[in-house]
Design a protein around this ligand. Structure first.
Ligand code: C2O
Ligand code: CU
Length: 508
């Protein structure tokens, strides 16, 4: 509650501020930890190459892709925006491989700034993880970089830059790794990508970052003319509290648009199938500051996977997904026209797609299916299947990550420090490692770990991104079997960029 009041005052206060900061972020994601420390397993270590050799399969296929991050003009459905993307639509090219395949993606950077590509959720070789300053040099404007790695585990993943707040533009795409042994108990498949959208509507994500920092007095205030900057998306009147009964503090940015597959609700994407078909829906939350509550009107959702890995199936009315989380659900479709809604949790607005298997009246842009307010499932409560359950083992080492921070100054921390001042969290290959995410803030944080899929204590559900609620602790265990230097951070891009990141570092 106090956070919301504070935030509202901050937002009210900024209207009178002398100016907003320019486009420079703090670039914490790219700050210089590019380590040559001989006591650590750095990304160029032979141990990293050895781990990849053990992962790669003889005779594996190679899947190639070219990503060209560039300025693009997108039609979101009557709303046209200038932004940066990998393609002429909001989501970049779908990359699809089979488990064990080699993925080779060439990145041709046509942006005016440096970038990188991170392969979110994949247990890949550390030197291909896409973190400038830690695992590679940034890809300069005009530069090229080739990523090449084995994708060991089937599932629904995505890719995005690990550079500044570029994720909050159209710089993301889905990576599906198919299971050669997939039972395939579904007739068709849809990919549903959720996003919160602001770029090209009067403010860039970099301007939002700067204004968040300026509001807290931590940023620079000089130099930029506010004339012509449309603050409409940011609800200056304090009407929106951005709190949710499920999440507590639910975000820092009120976006003007929420998208499913790059479309605003007034011109939604249409997903078609036949009545009584079973559809597998792969849902990716690619938003930067928004959790979504997802439901399909007239149906229940059977959740079969989260963050790529299988769970004991659970049927629910609605599903909550934090930023960076994924879920696969199956649905047996009824006959008609139905709204697939992703409501911006704790915020005003929603994303919509239309599911059509027959005739019927199309749903309205603002209609709210009753399922949204019935049973809402959070992925962290699911159960791992036996096939992917981590073996019982006592941890060899425990790291506590105390999550802190505030809106004023706008600064988010792990163990009291921002990333640029942090010490690496040391582990050794072969250890069972426990991480305790202790949230001492009044906001939720979707905590993500690179290069590993941990097991959440209690149910054992395998995940790479887990929601940590205000004043709660989530404990996860992992096997340290992928040597290198790995980011763990909040997947709220504004929290990560202002400091809520740490390095889980393998010792040599
Ligand atoms: Cu999807 Cu380090 O991020
Ligand atoms: Cu956070």
């Amino acid at each position: 509650m106090s956070v919301a009041v504070t935030r509202r005052r901050l937002l009210a206060g900024i209207a009178g501020a002398a100016g907003l900061a320019g486009t420079a972020g703090t670039a914490a994601w790219a700050s210089g930890l590019f380590s040559t420390d001989p006591t650590l397993v750095t990304s160029d270590s032979a141990l990293v190459a050895d781990a990849e050799a053990a992962r790669s399969r003889v005779g594996a296929a190679t899947v190639t892709a070219t990503l060209t991050p560039r300025p693009v003009t997108l039609d979101l459905g009557g709303t046209t925006v200038q932004t940066w993307g990998y393609a002429e639509n909001a989501s970049g090219p779908l990359i699809r491989a089979r488990a064990g395949d080699l993925i080779r993606a060439e990145v041709v950077n046509q942006l005016p700034v440096a970038t990188s590509v991170h392969w979110h959720g994949i247990a890949l070789r550390n030197d291909m993880d896409g973190v400038p300053g830690l695992t590679q040099q940034p890809i300069a404007p005009g530069g090229r970089h080739t990523y090449e790695f084995t994708a060991p585990d089937p599932g629904t993943y995505f890719y995005h830059p690990h550079s500044g707040v570029q994720l909050d533009r159209a710089l993301y795409g889905v990576l599906v790794v198919d299971d050669p042994a997939e039972p395939g108990r579904y007739d068709t498949e849809w990919i549903v990508v959720l996003d919160d959208w602001v770029d090209g509507t009067g403010r860039t994500p970099d301007q939002i970052l700067s204004s968040l920092q300026s509001m807290g007095g931590a940023g620079h205030m000089g130099g930029m003319d506010m004339g012509g900057m449309d603050m409409g998306g940011m609800d200056m009147g304090g009407m929106e509290t951005m709190n949710s009964p499920l999440l507590g503090g639910a975000g820092d940015v009120a976006y003007p648009h929420y998208l499913i597959n790059g479309r605003v609700p007034t011109a939604p994407a249409v997903l078609t199938a036949k009545p009584r078909q079973r559809v597998r829906i792969r849902i990716v939350n690619a938003a930067s500051d928004t959790a979504f509550r997802i439901a399909l009107g007239g149906h229940r959702l059977t959740v079969t996977h989260t963050d790529g890995f299988p769970v004991t199936p659970v049927t629910t009315d609605a599903l909550l997904l934090g930023m960076g989380e994924r879920a696969d659900v199956t649905v047996e479709l009824n006959d008609g026209v139905f709204p697939l809604v992703a409501a911006a949790e704790g915020k005003t607005g929603q994303a919509l797609a239309i599911v059509r298997t027959g005739t019927g009246v199309p749903p309205t842009a603002t209609g709210r299916p009753a399922e949204l307010d019935r049973q809402v499932l959070s992925t962290g409560t699911l159960d791992a299947t036996d096939a992917v359950r981590l073996a019982d083992r006592d941890p060899d080492r425990t790291h506590r990550l105390t999550l802190g921070g505030a809106m004023m100054p706008y600064r988010w921390t792990i163990n009291g420090t921002t990333f640029d001042e942090s010490e690496p969290l040391l582990v050794r290959q072969g250890e069972r490692v426990r991480l305790e995410f202790v949230n001492r803030t009044t906001m939720f944080h979707p905590m993500h770990l690179h290069g590993h899929t941990f097991a959440v204590a209690g149910t054992g559900v395998r995940k790479d991104t887990v929601i940590v609620l205000p004043n709660q602790t989530v404990t996860v265990d992992l096997d340290a079997d992928n040597p290198g230097q790995w980011m763990t951070h909040c997947h709220n891009i504004y929290h990560a960029e202002t400091g809520m990141m740490a390095n889980l570092a393998y010792q040599a």
